[in-house]
Write a protein that binds this ligand. Structure first.
Ligand SMILES: Nc1ncnc2c1ncn2[C@@H]1O[C@H](COP(=O)(O)OP(=O)(O)OP(=O)(O)O)[C@@H](O)[C@H]1O
Ligand SMILES: [Mg+2]
Length: 621
């Protein structure tokens, strides 16, 4: 019992993708409906950066113009602040200047607060909007997607597109793009201000960038590899849990609890190790950057200090440098972390677009023929060949004609292709060669929605949805009258069940019809078909056996269902088979025999043998 392999390939692929030039325009297009928020965010961002830059200048001014003996020294930037003070008439008045400077400082902090709050509001509204649109779009696409795609793709993987991948994109839109721009704006602003203030000292400040780039690069690579490792390991843990929890009764039946626990210990431990390794990189990276920025500040104190001694620089300017350098290194650290987020988001977006780009093939032709109403229900298969995989033919040339209003039974061994025939009639798949016609029209010449509307379908495995019993019978068609629902239920023999349920028709069913027995679910799906009153009935009889009483109910329900319409039934019940107008015997993808019950028995072929076997079974039971 091994956990299914994690999707290493897709995770690998995730990290091979870098900023693809084709992805970016498509991503921006997603944000287009929210351009208002984007524009707002950019404006606020610009203002916020300005306010952020003002703080150290004000401190410097306070020190140089007011607090230092012999104040009034105007070094570069302080000329500007000096002008501002003049505006308030506070040039010569030290206490007033101090008050004005403090107030300005407080005001800039308040503004920064306001701008940041606005920024978060704008970006998250954009991000949530994009997520909402994208989820709606993906779900809409999945609704139209060919059934064949679901044969190949695990549902879990499709769910990941809608959940994790969309979330990763949200990161990109909220904390990614805008924060990135914000960091870049602040960095650029600081570079400009520092060079304006004192070019040599600016060079000294930026010198520590060289080792920082190296450290950051080392971290980026290491963190990326370990992040990938952690993702693979957590996928292992998840798939192990999923498999063992959903199969818990099998685990307990075979007394594999201990073994399962041991196996879990292994995957769990791998996950722990991967995380510890990833934490190592973080544990070194941030302290290393902190130390480097401390070295940078020490350099500023040293070189700036000498310049102060020489009278080439004011104390305030050095203090401003120190403050700026602090604000400078922080976004650099953020940038390296965001790089990983961005890369993951790019990979997610690539997977999402890939899904959205797989166009359905089961679609309406350019000019679909409209099925004439009322639909007659004449079904014609002509030399139909088909395989789910190109090299494995399932149907090898099947022809038959069901005249309108007749009941045909399909019988044959398991895997002989009975359900496949029905899939082709409903056009869930297209034939490889030959043709399937309804009322004389090739199913491929019709709009699939038009084609399917006259059909009522009862599947081998009845599928009920979360909702009330009534909703399931009406199949969420709100226009169906309550009376019709009620009658359908009573006709198939659900009366006793309805009487027993406290809320009757309004009883809530769980996922997949949870709360009902297998037989009851079959009856509900029969009631669903009956309530629909279809022209053509497709019935894939379930093989699961039920108690004789329910069996009798189901038999009677089926009899009602078949009368007065074209019916194609994959039949296991003798009662259904015997009553059919014609029986088609399928064997390994070919039509071996066809005829009425009596004819086929007289022939003494495959059907006669199958019948004899079933009779023996029935007698033994
Ligand atoms: N989605 C699929 N993808 C690939 N192969 C499939 C798929 N569905 C069915 N097959 C294969 O096609 C063959 C015919 O399957 P089909 O479901 O038509 O059998 P059936 O006659 O309905 O059997 P049963 O009586 O057990 O329901 C089988 O060999 C099966 O393995
Ligand atoms: Mg089947």
């Amino acid at each position: 019992m091994s956990a299914s392999e994690p999707q290493e390939d897709s995770v690998e692929a995730a990290f091979r993708t870098t900023f693809d030039r084709k992805l970016l325009p498509r991503l921006l297009k997603l944000a287009a409906p929210y351009s208002k928020f984007v524009a707002g965010a950019l404006v606020v961002l610009f203002l916020e950066s300005l306010v952020q830059l003002a703080g150290p200048l004000l401190t410097a001014a306070a020190i140089d113009l007011v607090l230092t003996p012999g104040a009034g020294a105007a070094s570069g930037s302080n000329v500007l602040v000096g002008k501002v003070l003049a505006l308030f008439g506070a040039t010569g008045d030290k206490p007033l200047a101090l008050v004005v400077l403090s107030l300005l400082y407080a005001a800039s902090a308040a503004l920064a607060f306001g701008f940041t709050a606005l920024l978060v509001n704008f970006t998250s509204r954009m991000g949530q909007g994009v997520m909402f649109d994208l989820r709606t779009k993906i779900f809409g696409h999945l609704m139209k997607t060919d059934v064949a795609v679901y044969d190949k793709t695990p549902v879990g993987r499709l769910m990941t597109r809608l959940t994790t991948d969309v979330d990763a994109l949200n990161e990109l839109f909220t904390s990614g793009f805008v924060a990135l721009l914000g960091d870049v704006a602040i960095l650029a602003g600081i570079v400009v201000v520092l060079f304006l203030m004192n070019p040599p000292l600016a060079f000294v400040t930026f010198a520590v960038l060289v080792p920082m780039v190296f450290v950051t690069n080392w971290f980026r690579k290491g963190a990326r590899d370990t992040y990938r490792d952690v993702r693979i390991r957590i996928a292992s843990v998840n798939s192990f849990l999923q498999e063992h929890l959903s199969g818990i009764s099998v685990v307990q039946l075979f007394r594999r609890e201990k073994k399962a626990l041991d196996d879990f210990g292994k995957v769990n431990d791998e996950h722990r190790k991967a995380n510890v390794e990833s934490i190592f990189y973080y544990s070194v990276f941030y302290p290393a950057l902190d130390s480097l920025s401390a070295v940078g500040m020490a350099a500023i104190v040293l070189f700036g200090g000498f310049q102060v001694i020489e009278g080439a620089m004011t104390v305030g300017a050095v203090v401003a440098f120190l403050q700026y350098s602090k604000r400078f290194y922080r976004p650099l650290m953020d940038l390296s972390e965001k790089y990983n987020i961005l890369q993951a988001a790019m990979a997610s977006s690539e997977r999402i677009f890939q899904l959205l780009d797989t166009a359905p093939t089961i679609t309406a032709p350019e000019k679909p023929v409209a099925l004439a109403r009322p639909v007659q229900g004449d079904v014609l298969f002509t030399d139909v060949k088909f395989g789910y995989k190109p090299d494995e033919p399932v149907l090898k040339g099947v022809s038959f004609h069901v005249p309108a209003g007749q009941t045909f039974a399909l019988v044959g061994a398991t895997g002989s292709g009975k359900s496949t025939l029905l899939n082709l009639l409903l056009r869930f798949y297209d034939v490889t060669s030959g043709s399937v016609k309804v009322d004389g029209h090739d199913v491929r010449s019709l709009d699939p929605r038009d084609l399917r509307s006259p059909f009522g379908i009862v599947l081998q495995d009845p599928f009920l949805f979360t909702g009330t019993l009534a909703e399931n019978v009406a199949f969420f068609d709100p226009s169906m009258s309550r009376e019709r629902i009620q009658n359908a239920c009573l006709e198939v023999g659900l009366g006793p069940l309805l009487a027993r349920l406290p809320d009757g028709l309004d009883t809530k069913l769980g996922e997949r019809g949870g709360g009902l027995s297998a037989g009851e679910k079959q009856l509900v799906s029969l009631a669903r078909a009956l309530a629909q009153d279809p022209r053509i009935l497709i019935l894939d009889e379930a093989t699961s056996s039920v108690d004789p009483e329910t069996e009798a109910l189901i038999e009677r329900a089926i009899e009602k269902l078949l009368s007065g319409r074209t019916s194609l039934v994959v039949a296991h019940r003798l009662s259904t088979i015997v009553r059919a107008d014609r029986i088609l015997v399928l064997s390994q993808g070919t039509m071996r025999e066809a005829g009425t019950h009596a004819e086929l028995l007289a022939k003494g072929g495959l059907y006669a043998r199958l019948y004899a076997l079933q009779r023996k079974d029935a007698e033994a039971a």
